[in-house]
Design a protein around this ligand. Structure first.
Ligand code: NAP
Ligand code: G4F
Length: 320
């Protein structure tokens, strides 16, 4: 019989790639969607006939219990969150409700109606924040630098706590930044590739950005969802860092993205203090040796290929 998976956050970047992957593996996929007055399903339009959608909101305990009851999942992937770091300073309480308490609501729903289900929590390299060591691995202490990162740190620990308290098969994937043509346009990579496409096609004249010196370990989302699935197939639950092991600055991203369309970023990029953060994470670089050794997971898309893939996708989207 086909395995059943419930994905929260299915309308997001990772949810859409994970649904593709699990359907390819023969899973029956259920997707949790919150009510919205506008359409939020553009990333999963191609899956509408293959996924069963369940309306629920991480803020509403009864609705998530009902979703778990209906899906009767073998695996739950908790990807839903307020995931944009700057918004977590303007809406810190709401971010805590979605991104921290939302995890407990999902774990409680699992404990009440599907205690045998395996649980994946979408944790983040943002938890390392002001980093204590380089590169960061599963044992590196956390120093979160935003309300988002603080909320994710809670989500990480409550997942481990439910595993230790109730024997639930619950894992936390500590994923470093991962991007794709389906990335939200507010995140720096997609903001850049969208900007490059618009400038190249004469639809925009400049691109306003914040800190160009921060460095991230950027990978491809399609690779990272494979790791989520692998984590739930192990004999014992455990936590894993997922990263490429290479770090690049925003400036290097700009050089490749603009260079790909024969432009120089310095002619178009303006620094704008509106996009600076109250506290910055200067550099992230992950050590995913545990994932390589225990899951057999390695990334397949290089930084350079990722940038080019995203620029080409945005050029096509804008009609090039
Ligand atoms: P994303 O594109 O922002 O998607 C977030 C998803 O959460 C959307 O489907 C959104 O639904 C849903 N959501 C938000 N609030 C909700 C609520 N109250 N109830 C139900 N659903 C809600 O994020 P992503 O990049 O795919 O990331 C997936 C997860 O991994 C997030 O938890 C993120 O924090 C974490 N993460 C991401 C990265 C990365 O680099 N991408 C790295 C580490 C960890 P709507 O469509 O209705 O808004
Ligand atoms: O693309 P970003 O907004 O991603 P950030 O803050 O690293 O968070 C992402 O990755 C986390 C994993 O580490 C996830 F947990 C989280 O949900 C999210 O997916 O910013 C990346 C860097 C930052 O240092 C930021 O200051 O880019 C810098 N940046 C410079 N100018 C900018 C801009 N970021 C944005 N969003 N917009 C700018 O104009």
């Amino acid at each position: 019989m086909a395995k059943r998976a419930l994905i929260t956050g299915i309308t997001g970047q990772d949810g859409s790639y994970l649904a593709d992957h699990l359907l390819d593996l023969g899973y029956e996929v259920f997707g949790m969607i919150r009510r919205s007055s506008t359409e939020t399903t553009s990333r999963i339009e191609h899956l509408e006939d293959r996924v069963e959608f369940l309306q629920a909101d991480l803020l509403d305990q009864a609705s998530v219990v009902k979703a778990v009851e209906t899906a009767r999942p073998d695996e739950i992937y908790n990807l839903a969150a307020q995931s944009f770091v700057p918004t977590s300073w303007s809406q810190p309480v709401l971010t805590g409700q979605f991104t921290a308490m939302g995890v407990t609501r999902m774990l409680e729903a699992l404990r009440q109606v599907a205690p045998e289900a395996r649980f994946y929590q979408a944790s983040s390299s943002e938890m390392f924040g002001k980093v204590r060591e380089v590169p960061q691995n599963e044992l590196t202490p956390f120093h979160p630098r935003s309300p988002y990162a603080v909320a994710k740190t809670y989500g990480h620990h409550i997942t481990i706590n439910y595993r230790e308290s109730y024997g639930i098969f619950a894992v936390s994937g500590i994923l470093f930044n991962h991007e794709s043509p389906r990335r939200g346009r507010e995140f720096v990579t997609r903001k850049i590739t969208d900007g490059v496409a618009r400038i190249k096609l004469g639809l925009a004249k400049e691109l306003r950005l914040g800190n160009l010196d921060s460095e991230r370990d950027w990978g491809y989302a399609g690779d990272y969802v494979r790791a989520m699935h692998l984590m739930l197939q192990q004999d014992e639950p455990g936590d894993f860092v997922i990263a490429t092991g290479r770090t690049h600055s925003v400036r290097q991203f700009l050089e490749i993205a603009f260079g790909h369309v024969d432009l120089n970023y310095e002619d178009y990029v303006k620094q704008d203090p509106r996009f600076l953060r109250p506290a910055e994470v200067d550099q992230l670089i992950g050590d995913s040796s545990k994932a390589k050794n225990e899951l057999g997971w390695v990334p397949t898309v290089s930084f350079e290929d990722l940038v080019v893939m995203m620029v080409d996708a945005d050029l096509a989207l804008h009609g090039a």
